[in-house]
Unconditional design. Structure first.
Length: 87
């Protein structure tokens, strides 16, 4: 993954974002036990040098339960049976 430019002032470095794939739960037909369609995106928000303390504080409040104890924001999507659409 490349660096992600948000605006002129904020660029998220590649090491701050981790994308992983897992098998989705629930009904899925023939693919359910063979294809990893669920997507997890992890952003190391608290360690990010690109965000100010004020932005990190606001993000933590907005993220709610998606904010982990180690200061990352984790999004997990398994809405469809397509990895590309979940991404």
């Amino acid at each position: 993954m490349d660096d992600l430019r948000i605006n002129d002032d904020i660029t998220i470095a590649a090491w701050e974002l981790t994308e992983s794939f897992a098998r989705a739960s629930g009904p899925g037909g023939q693919n359910v036990n063979k294809v990893s369609t669920a997507v997890e995106l992890r952003f190391e928000a608290d360690r990010s040098p690109a965000l100010t303390l004020a932005v990190k504080t606001r993000l933590r409040r907005i993220a709610g339960q998606k904010w982990t104890k180690d200061g990352a924001v984790v999004l997990f999507v398994q809405d469809t049976r397509s990895q590309a659409r979940n991404r």
